[in-house]
Design a protein around this ligand. Structure first.
Ligand code: ADE
Length: 248
């Protein structure tokens, strides 16, 4: 099945951009995913092809018009009725690997890119659109965020990544950051590769990697660490309850 990516944007020339090289490009050539861009301006209704207007209540910048957006979204929905519509906005729910995994397992995604101050809020009441942010930063538009979202989905499509296990072990899949990596030369500027990684003892290596992942997550991402600990405590008490229920 081809993963159908549709991008609604005022700057279609920004696509495929970085998705036109390397693994993503090869996957597109192989038909694993497709890309269609929709020019939002094509859905403007006046002779000047206006897509934005001043914010109600005053203030800086311009806001994307709801009537123009709705016409563009409805067009995309007619092309791919089963694909979720995602608007890229710093006001959205932070994107995470779990959502990326769900999306990549589906038929595709329709991505709405904002510019200016953002979207007229009524579009979200009138259409089923998920608002997604790629982090607590403000970009000049949703296009780079859309490229990130698509990149994350595409690399998970079957047959796109070389070694499937590298997906399961990497950062966030277990709720932790991934362990650190090393390769030859064994010594560089006086720094050596941790001895255990050269021991050939696979059990010891796995234990070391797990420990490092925990240490690094704890120091670099206390938020992830707290959640991970919570999940561990919950699943341990769940297991205890189950054993108690079974009279063990
Ligand atoms: N557009 C502007 N900033 C953004 C962000 N952080 N995430 C998604 N879309 C955006």
């Amino acid at each position: 099945m081809t993963f159908a990516a549709t991008v609604l944007t005022l700057y279609p020339e920004m696509f495929p951009g970085p998705l036109g090289v390397s693994l993503a490009n090869r996957a597109r050539e192989e038909g694993k995913w497709s890309l269609d861009t929709v020019q939002i301006r094509d859905f403007a209704i006046d002779k000047h092809r206006t897509v934005d207007d001043t914010p109600a209540g005053g203030g800086a910048g311009m806001v994307l018009r709801v009537d123009v957006l709705a016409a563009a979204v409805d067009h995309a929905l007619s092309l791919h009725p089963d694909c979720p519509v995602i608007a890229m906005t710093p006001r959205g729910k932070p994107l995470d690997q779990a959502r990326v995994r769900q999306l990549s397992a589906g038929p595709g995604v329709t991505v709405l890119c904002g510019r200016f101050e953002g979207f007229d809020e009524r579009i979200f009441a009138a259409r089923a659109i998920e608002e997604v942010s790629i982090g607590d930063i403000v970009l000049s538009g949703g296009e780079p965020a859309a490229l990130m979202l698509l990149d994350a989905c595409i690399r998970l499509l079957p047959g796109v990544m070389g070694a499937p296990s590298s997906g399961a072990e990497e950062s966030f899949e277990s709720g932790l950051l991934e362990y650190p990596h090393y390769t030859r030369p064994a010594e560089w500027e006086g720094r050596t590769i941790p001895e255990v990684l050269r021991s050939g003892d696979h059990a010891k290596i796995a234990a070391w990697r797990k420990h490092q992942a925990e240490v690094d997550t704890r120091s670099r991402r206390p938020d992830l660490w707290e959640r991970h600990k919570g999940v561990r405590v919950q699943s341990a008490s769940g297991a205890r309850r189950e054993n108690e229920d079974q009279g063990q």
